[in-house]
Write a protein that binds this ligand. Structure first.
Ligand SMILES: Cc1cc2nc3c(=O)[nH]c(=O)nc-3n(C[C@H](O)[C@H](O)[C@H](O)COP(=O)(O)O)c2cc1C
Length: 106
């Protein structure tokens, strides 16, 4: 058992967050295989801010996937706060993971 903040995690096997891979069906298979911490597909703060149905549908998660971490990608404070509050209020993920993006040098 280990903890991130007050979130208790049964073992130290963590699913890497992977855009385009970590949907709910995939996560449930990985959970059944014994993974301790499940992560979701990254979602864009702007997509949630502007109410994109496709992105909101990506937030679906089931109780058996807990503890679960939802990653949000963004760099603008206002839309990020709105998106984080929306996700917290609607999905109650155990962890919100902030992805500030990677900017490659030109
Ligand atoms: C297809 C794919 C999608 C990924 N998407 C994300 C992502 O959305 N957010 C993130 O933080 N990392 C993402 N990553 C990085 C992985 O979470 C992980 O950190 C990286 O693959 C290094 O781990 P590895 O050496 O075990 O591959 C992605 C990696 C892959 C291969």
């Amino acid at each position: 058992m280990w903890k991130i903040g007050n979130v208790e995690i049964a073992n130290q096997v963590v699913l890497a967050p992977m855009a385009g891979i970590c949907n709910s069906a995939y996560r449930r298979i990985i959970k059944e295989m014994g993974c301790g911490l499940i992560t979701c597909e990254m979602v864009s703060d702007k997509a949630i801010y502007y109410g994109s149905k496709k992105t909101i549908d990506m937030l679906a998660m089931t109780e058996m996937e807990r503890p679960i971490s939802q990653q949000i990608f963004g760099s603008d404070t206002e839309s990020f706060v709105v998106a984080a509050k929306y996700i917290y209020e609607h999905m109650k993920p155990d962890i919100i993971d902030i992805n500030m993006g990677v900017q490659c040098p030109k």
